[in-house]
Design a protein around this ligand. Structure first.
Ligand code: NAD
Ligand code: DAU
Length: 368
């Protein structure tokens, strides 16, 4: 059994309770992180700020209802008065910033929301926290951790070395360009104001609570419904897959152990071609599900038109976080995918309501 509450790799020295604001905490990685933090740091105060866009889901957090350590605020990271109010009211000393528009295909269809949330929203949050941090006398243990992506580095060919922290930025989609813009703003707040910021750039995550527009949950759910499994182009594109619980532990490690101003790449050392990943999911479903509508599920694999500007390969060199902070992934791709398939099989009440008319419209547009 894999849980998001496994202890992080950091040393377990005594610590003062933190008051942490987790933006985007009702989304996929954010909600896994909320669970991780709540289970690991029992005395900490956790405030989630989330706009509940199509990707935000209160069901991701429902087991925290009733916890006196937890507060949920529905709101937008572009809303400066609301941010100022929450930071002051809750005496926030730590921010884990996940809130974003996160899906590449949606950024191709409509980039506006990506610039607004990812660039303007991150800027608004930085400014609000800067005033708050200054007003409290610049406490040295405060942290602002910005969760970012390996996509800012662009695309690799098969023979290129994996992305390191010194790889030049070369974003190729409106999504990755907006994340690159936000990364640069965060970096500038450390260099200009001395604000204790941190940046993490992570590879592709998978696991529970993943919205079914992304490859792994879409494949699981389409297999369960007997629908085609769309593979863009020739399926030879490569991603470096990391179980979401391992990502959460890496962020925990960076918040607690990294010097301010640093940036860390996080990856699973698990490069897999899309076609092979989908085949693995098909085989796991064949093994674990009872009465699939189409069996073997590989019959559902369907090649469709390619994503415009589709990055060929991402791969992370995670040497820095391993050698400086002692973090390494603990879940293999075989274990993680098996657990993920089991989770989608046993949680239809979570994913069925997400297949709304709005979702069907989106689906028809992308796969037209
Ligand atoms: P997600 O789309 O599942 O969740 C995003 C959350 O942000 C949602 O709950 C949404 O309601 C909220 N949100 C969106 N706009 C908002 C706004 N204006 N104000 C407040 N809340 C808002 O995304 P995810 O996959 O969990 O990704 C979280 C973060 O991690 C993102 O910053 C993403 O760029 C980064 N990241 C994701 C991956 C991945 O594989 N999913 C990998 C590396 C980095
Ligand atoms: O690398 C980190 C990034 O990983 C994050 O920053 C993004 O937020 C996250 O969405 C993810 O981006 P990708 O574009 O890599 O993820 P996605 O699941 O959309 O696609 C994974 C690969 O599968 C990619 O090569 C495109 C392909 N694909 C995707 C979908 C949805 C398909 O072949 N068919 C599909 O239907």
């Amino acid at each position: 059994m894999i849980t998001s509450g496994q202890k992080s790799n950091r040393s377990q020295e005594p610590r003062s309770p933190r008051k942490i604001l987790i933006t985007g905490g009702a989304g996929f990685i954010g909600s896994n992180f909320v669970h991780h933090w709540h289970e690991t740091y029992l005395s900490d105060r956790i405030v989630v700020l989330d706009a509940l866009t199509y990707a935000g889901n209160l069901n991701n957090l429902k087991d925290l209802n009733g916890s006196s350590q937890f507060r949920f605020v529905q709101g937008d990271i572009c809303d400066r008065p609301l941010l100022d109010q929450i930071l002051a009211e809750e005496s926030i000393d730590t921010i884990a910033h996940f809130a974003a528009e996160s899906h590449v295909d949606r950024s191709i269809l409509g980039p506006d929301a990506f610039v607004r949330t990812n660039v303007v929203g991150t800027f608004t949050l930085l400014e609000s926290f800067r005033q708050h941090w200054l007003g409290r006398g610049k406490p040295k243990d405060d942290r602002f951790l910005h969760v970012s992506t390996d996509e800012v580095y662009g695309s690799l060919s098969e023979n290129d070395l994996a992305f390191s922290e010194t790889t030049p930025y070369a974003p190729n989609s409106p999504y990755s360009a907006s994340k690159a813009g936000s990364d640069h703003l965060v970096r500038s707040y450390f260099h200009t104001y001395g604000m204790p910021t941190l940046i993490t750039n992570c590879s592709n995550n998978y696991g529970p609570y993943h919205f079914p527009e992304k490859l792994v949950p879409l494949t699981c759910i389409n297999i369960l419904m007997g629908k085609p499994l769309p593979i863009y182009g020739d399926g030879q594109n490569i991603r470096d897959w990391l179980y979401v619980g391992d990502h959460c532990k890496a962020i925990d490690c960076v918040i607690h152990c990294a010097p301010p101003g640093e940036t860390y790449n996080i990856g699973g050392n698990n490069e897999v071609k899309n076609i092979d990943l989908v085949a693995m999911l098909c085989d796991l479903m064949d093994e674990l599900a009872i009465d699939l509508p189409v069996h073997p599920a590989r019959q559902l694999i369907t090649f469709v038109k390619d994503r415009p500007g589709h990055d060929h390969r991402y791969a992370i060199d995670a040497t820095k976080i391993r050698t400086e902070l002692g973090w390494t992934p603990s879940v293999t791709v075989d274990e993680g995918l098996r657990h993920t398939v089991q989770w989608y099989l046993t949680h239809p009440e979570w994913w069925q309501p997400l297949l709304s008319p709005a979702y069907q419209d989106y689906y028809k547009t992308v796969y037209a």
